[in-house]
Design a protein around this ligand. Structure first.
Ligand code: PSU
Ligand code: MN
Length: 333
């Protein structure tokens, strides 16, 4: 009981340093499993990067998903931070997975339950295996005091979302949870201008990394201007640190454009997206099945080109995210 109160308290302290001051860092709560390495890093205020697991189970096919999950952890380490992949295994939220646990998730694929923040309690109660989306990963990362989280792309306002009201809970979680999410922007399967409007409404600090344009995942530009621009990992860390000092309860989105050499042809991707959207409408695929369907279809239609770009951009995000985590830890020393 005392422990769960402590956990709720610690959600209001996002920095690893503050979390450990609140007495949470380094503590195992029983119902949530923190790997020894992550526990140690939390205790010492060392840099940590949270990583999501839906990208493994639903975002990529096996075995590329397993290889990518392992490589991301290596990149985070090479850049001086501790990786903390987050998932729910047999109903237990896990912060930091072993290679064996990564493989279990990678092999489960879409048999793991796609778990957004609203689903965490259901997956725990049902003792299920849950792959956490951006919203659920943010929530769990924040709970244990990890302020930085790297992913590929976040969910957003779907095209025609003004009628269907299909707006990813990633956006409302960003409005309510003080974690900085590093992504390659938003895929053009979504309505990017409306997604940016919604992020503003949710009071999310949004900045593009070394560019004026908001990136569109596979391509460096979306045609939308980013609300702000950050120039370096140190600059990002100063913004995150300022948000923490201000005790703002909302998060930050740092949009890192895909490296030019890996960016896909915009027109190739756009025509695949149009076809995928058409098929989703014909097959009446809606709700939380829509994003995984569109991702898989676009990959199929582009003959794997989109998968290669996807892997390259997530790796790039991992390297940027780890550098930001290192800078932030230095600022908070
Ligand atoms: N976009 C991608 N790759 C992904 C996802 C989105 O380019 O893997 C996943 C993320 O886990 C994200 C989730 O949080 O889909 C959003 O799903 P929905 O649109 O149902 O909220
Ligand atoms: Mn949705």
């Amino acid at each position: 009981m005392a422990d769960s109160r402590l956990a709720i308290l610690s959600r209001h302290f996002t920095s690893a340093a503050s979390a450990s001051k609140a007495g949470f860092g380094g503590k195992d709560l029983g119902w949530i499993k923190i790997s020894p390495e992550v526990r140690d890093a939390l205790k010492h205020g060392s840099p940590i990067v949270a990583l999501e697991s839906t990208i493994i189970s639903h975002g990529m096919p096996y075995p590329q998903n397993f290889e990518t999950a392992k490589e991301l952890e290596v990149i985070v380490r090479e850049n001086g931070a501790v990786p903390a992949t987050i998932a729910i295994l047999d109903g237990v939220p896990c912060i930091g997975l072993t290679t064996e646990e990564l493989e279990i998730l990678a092999r489960l694929g879409s048999k793991a339950r796609k778990t957004a923040s609203r689903d965490i309690a259901l997956v725990m109660a049902g003792r299920e295996n849950g792959a956490t989306t951006v919203s659920a990963t943010m929530y769990l990362a924040s709970m244990v005091g990890i302020p930085i989280f790297v992913t590929g792309g976040i969910g957003g306002v779907h095209r025609h979302g003004e009628n269907t009201m299909d707006i990813s809970s990633d956006l409302t979680e960003l409005g309510n949870t003080p974690v900085a999410v590093i992504s390659a922007g938003v895929k053009s399967i979504l309505d990017i201008p409306r997604t940016l409007e919604y992020l503003e409404t949710q009071r999310v600090t949004v900045a593009a990394y070394k560019t004026d344009d908001f990136p569109a995942f596979f391509t460096q530009t979306s045609g939308c201007k980013a609300p702000a621009r950050v120039e370096s990992p140190e600059h990002c860390a100063r913004v995150i640190d300022a948000n923490i000092r201000l005790a703002r309860k909302s998060g930050m989105l740092i949009a890192v454009p895909i490296p030019r050499e890996h960016s896909a042809s915009g027109s190739l991707i756009e025509s695949a997206i149009q076809q995928a959207l058409q098929e989703a409408r014909e097959k009446k695929i809606t709700g939380n099945a829509e994003t995984p369907f569109l991702l898989a279809k676009v990959n199929e239609l582009t003959g794997g080109a989109s998968l290669a770009s996807n892997i390259a951009l997530v790796k790039n995000n991992a390297s940027v995210g780890a550098k930001i985590a290192v800078s932030l830890a230095q600022l908070q020393k």
